[in-house]
Design a protein. Structure first.
Length: 420
């Protein structure tokens, strides 16, 4: 009985001790929490600024990029800066630099898309690397951000097999059939690599993991008649790997000793640097290949249905158009269209004080009775001497055609050409 009373007594003492200590600590925390500091006439709690902490975790996001085109289409890009708490609109200032030189400064707000156009910055948006740096105006601790945008040209095909479909856009190539004894091939008209920091960017599509399934992008100006790239040529091979893609570089006879496994639809960027060809996957450097080719063009090869390369853009400029010379007689020589136009020069032999219109007709090579296209408006003018034109033939189907140009003296000049 006595022992029971002692046990109860000591239990009460222990409980009261814990209660006292807890009350004391709570009072100390409460007192500390109630300490206020005067900032500019306002009483605010010190240190406890969880919103500013989360705002500092902002992220630069590259948005839609409208690439330059060989036909003269202007480039446009978007960017935004996300911050926490999400959806909060906080103003910021930013500066855009092109290849290391500041070209524009502006203002924006977090969680809002910013559109950059030639009209905004008052100068052409040329192909290259654009760096964006800025500061979110979150008082009392402004928060910096930065990011990069690679603006390039859409890849323009110089040659591409019929079974290599330009899907989902003209600067993509996806195999529509399987051809295990050879490749479907596309060769670009964009040429570069002579200047350091040139780059190519694309997304590989790999649907087959079979041993004989090849999906290759090559960087060369040589070896166009070789089905497989030689060991002296730099290239990348892509195969299906589970739900993702395996990127293999410079393998020999399909050996896979140098590779990396990637998620599906990775963004690959290949940069030509003084130390070699740097290969990035989702902005992470994966390997550096030797640059033995000098100036290069892009050559894509696939031999399995569904394989290919999409959204190929590059800093490489487009080849300047070749102007064909009109002839007084129809000859067998055929010129090819470029950028869905037929480029030709016309020498006006007769001096005139005012401009004249260019009268032309385009016929199918098998039917010179009914012209498919005609032109005789003042927008296409002729002056004395050398005249150069690019006539849009994008509405014509692929095939062979004859261009006929007639001057004011009813003299006719001709050009046989192919649209493909």
């Amino acid at each position: 009985m006595l022992n029971d009373h002692k046990s109860k007594f000591f239990s009460k003492i222990l409980f009261l001790s814990f209660l006292f200590l807890g009350t004391l600590q709570g009072a100390q925390l409460k007192a500390q929490d109630l300490k206020l500091k005067n900032r500019g006439g306002k009483l605010v709690r010190p240190v406890r600024e969880p919103i500013l902490k989360s705002i500092s975790k902002n992220k630069f996001l590259s948005g839609v990029i409208q690439s330059l085109t060989c036909e003269g289409g202007e480039g446009v890009f978007f960017f935004s800066v996300s911050s926490k708490p999400q959806n909060q609109i906080i103003p910021f200032t930013y500066t855009i630099s092109y290849n290391g030189n500041a070209i524009y400064s502006g203002t924006g707000a977090t969680n809002t898309s910013i559109q950059i156009t030639e009209q905004l910055i008052n100068q052409p948006l040329e192909a290259g690397l654009y760096s964006i740096s800025g500061v979110i105006s979150s008082s009392p601790n402004p928060s910096p951000f930065n990011g990069e945008v690679y603006l390039g040209y859409e890849l323009y095909w110089d040659e591409i097999n019929a079974g290599y479909a330009q899907q989902p856009n003209s600067y993509s190539a996806v195999a529509q059939l399987s051809n295990p004894i050879g490749y479907l091939q596309g060769v670009s008209a964009n040429c570069g690599g002579a200047q350091m920091n040139d780059w190519i960017q694309f997304t590989p599509i790999a649907t087959s993991s079979a041993t004989n399934a090849d999906n290759i992008i090559r960087f060369t100006k040589n070896n166009f008649n070789t089905q497989s790239p030689p060991v002296t040529e730099s290239y990348l091979r892509f195969k299906k790997n589970g739900a993702g893609v395996k990127m293999i570089w410079n393998d020999v006879q399909n050996q896979t000793s140098a590779f990396v496994n990637l998620n599906a639809n990775p963004k690959i960027r290949v940069e030509f640097k003084s130390g070699g060809i740097e290969v990035y996957a989702n902005d992470n450097l994966e390997t550096t290949l030797p640059n033995n080719s000098g100036p290069v063009i892009v050559r894509c090869q696939s031999n399995s249905q569904g394989d290919g390369f999409i959204n190929i853009t590059t800093s490489y400029s487009c080849k300047p158009p070749v102007y064909a010379k009109l002839e007084r007689k129809i000859k067998g020589v055929k010129y090819k269209t470029q950028f869905d136009k037929i480029f030709f020069s016309y020498d006006e032999e007769y001096y005139r004080s005012t401009t004249s219109t260019l009268n032309y007709k385009i016929y199918a090579s098998t039917d010179r009775v009914v012209p498919l296209l005609t032109g005789n408006n003042t927008q296409t003018s002729v002056v004395y001497g050398d005249n150069r034109y690019g006539i849009d033939v994008s509405t014509l189907n692929n095939g062979a055609y004859i261009l006929e140009v007639e001057n004011d003296k009813n003299e006719a000049f001709f050009l046989r050409f192919i649209k493909d």
